[in-house]
Design a protein around this ligand. Structure first.
Ligand SMILES: NC(=O)C1=CN([C@@H]2O[C@H](COP(=O)(O)OP(=O)(O)OC[C@H]3O[C@@H](n4cnc5c(N)ncnc54)[C@H](O)[C@@H]3O)[C@@H](O)[C@H]2O)C=CC1
Ligand SMILES: O=C(O)C(=O)CO
Length: 463
């Protein structure tokens, strides 16, 4: 059995909760202690704990665990947690493709995730003109509300309210990740990393007309595959920041994104500028063919595993920019390396890599399986290519976001152990993150709440 070291908080707590990694901030620990938990934080220096490591942490008595997206949470760990008397688990991540939820369901273990959100802290001044006279609603909401009302005339008020709220509440994890995707877009398009290396190597000896010439973004087309929270936030940044036109592909229509781009286009037109446009593509291929920049933000499942393969890469423009801040296996990384080698003007910005996330849904099994990991965490050749910008899964690495994720993960476990209901809308979890007021007595986000028959808290009145 692997030896492990732990840091213990509230040793006399009635529940035993294990965190497989130290996490940022202290609010998450306080939340567990306030719920009567003894908290044991694994302090092993090992970057990714194995199933055996986590089994030894769970031991013979464990009520809940906070795990990481790098860990393989499946039958072995959930059966051990159940045997130890536990029924609460949370990933410290919004993505949970590393979790075999069916196995958790089988053992009655709640699976939490962390779709951190916050209100929009700013409303663009251009939206002011849309605010109804005397209205207290924010101008941006006025735009969205009016179109949501128009589109949802037959809807109940709650649905309209939720429509507006979901438009208004963006994910701080979402915004943080979208900002990194934007950073990767610019770094790749304008060859920032190549130029930085060039300077540090002392090779710069004067301005040249063709030195590190890259791509202009303004007026170009940005493509999003997976226009959910992060994809929509990223699209908005590229529209507002660089006046790009949007083409997106998703299983669902993104009314928020469409309404936003339409409203911003109308504003630009009112200022005598060329309006931005949006288009909902009927396939991922349509996005790949038409876009100058493509950013990937789908969940990882069997429909998106190797979504970007050799054939689809060949559909893209020769000088396109491809960004991935979702999950590595969305791209066939071996095919990508070959494409980058023969297309030096094609550029990528990658935050995630196929190797350590090599999980896929086997045809004969509905659950995720971890397949052998390649070492190092990039496919051979990728690290040597000048037309690739690569960073180590840092898209959510802002202080606020990581502390918020830790707090939500802790509140998922603490709430389940206290028998709290599940929060009514996992897109509106800001009340759980306000350090100046007690968190709602609910679990912020449990992905298998319905299957486990967990009670859902009623929405709090807006009055
Ligand atoms: N690199 C990082 O640090 C981070 C990565 N992520 C990843 O980003 C993913 C997306 O996060 P969110 O936007 O919050 O999730 P979300 O659930 O709001 O959006 C995901 C979107 O993917 C769409 N989708 C699913 N299957 C698809 C398909 N076959 N083709 C096209 N679209 C499809 C869904 O309809 C949904 O709109 C997460 O699942 C996670 O894996 C999230 C946060 C940080
Ligand atoms: O939340 C997620 O899915 C992440 O990848 C965290 O960085």
């Amino acid at each position: 059995m692997a030896a492990y070291s732990v840091q213990v908080f509230n040793a006399g707590g009635k529940f035993r909760v294990v965190s497989t990694k130290p996490m940022p901030g202290n609010q998450w620990i306080q939340a567990l202690v306030n719920a009567g938990c003894r908290v044991e934080v694994c302090t092993s220096q090992k970057t990714i704990l194995s199933v055996e490591d986590i089994l030894s942490l769970i031991g013979s008595r464990c009520d809940g665990v906070i795990g990481q997206l790098t860990e393989e949470w499946g039958e072995t760990l959930f059966s051990a947690l159940k045997k130890a008397g536990g029924h609460a688990f949370s990933n410290m991540a919004v993505g949970y493709n590393n979790v075999d939820v069916e196995a958790a369901n089988k053992h009655g273990i709640a699976v939490g995730n962390t779709p951190v959100t916050k209100c929009l802290s700013h409303v663009p001044s251009w939206a002011e003109s849309f605010r109804p006279a005397g209205s207290s609603i924010s101008p941006l909401n006025a735009v969205l509300h009016k179109s949501a009302l128009k589109e949802a005339e037959s809807e109940t008020s709650q649905r309209i309210e939720m429509t507006v709220d979901s438009c208004n509440l963006r994910g701080v994890l979402t915004e943080t990740t979208a900002e990194l995707a934007a950073a990767l877009t610019l770094s790749a398009a304008r060859r920032v990393v190549e130029a930085d290396d060039f300077m540090r190597a002392g090779k710069y000896d004067g301005w040249l007309p063709n030195l590190f010439v890259g791509n202009l973004l303004k007026g170009q087309t940005v493509g999003i595959i997976g226009a959910g929270r992060i994809g929509s936030a990223y699209a908005r940044m590229m529209v507002e920041g660089f006046k790009m036109n949007v083409i997106y592909y998703d299983l669902y229509q993104s009314k928020f994104l469409e309404n936003f781009v339409t409203a911003y286009g109308n504003f630009l037109k009112s200022q005598g500028e060329t309006p931005v446009t949006w288009k909902r593509a009927s396939s991922a291929e349509e996005v790949l063919r038409e876009a100058d920049v493509v950013s990937l933000h789908p969940v990882l499942d069997k429909t998106t595993y190797h979504l970007i393969n050799k054939e689809r890469l060949s559909m893209m423009k020769k000088e396109a920019v491809l960004v991935n801040a979702s999950r590595g296996p969305v791209i066939d990384e071996v095919a990508l390396v070959e494409h980058l080698k023969v297309n030096p003007m094609f550029r990528v910005g990658l935050d995630v890599f196929e190797a350590w996330e090599s999980q896929c849904l086997r045809a004969d099994s509905p659950t995720l399986v971890m397949i052998t990991q390649d070492e190092p965490y990039m496919k051979p050749g990728l690290g040597e290519l000048p037309n690739a910008v690569v960073v180590p899964h840092i898209a959510s690495a802002s202080k606020w976001t990581r502390e918020g994720m830790a707090t939500l993960a802790a509140l998922n476990v603490a709430g389940k152990l206290q028998g709290f209901p599940v929060w009514h809308n996992s897109n509106m979890v800001l009340p759980f993150l306000d350090e100046n007021s007690p968190a709602p007595k609910a679990c912020p986000s449990i992905v298998n709440a319905k299957v486990l028959g967990l009670q859902v808290a009623a929405p709090v009145s807006k009055m």
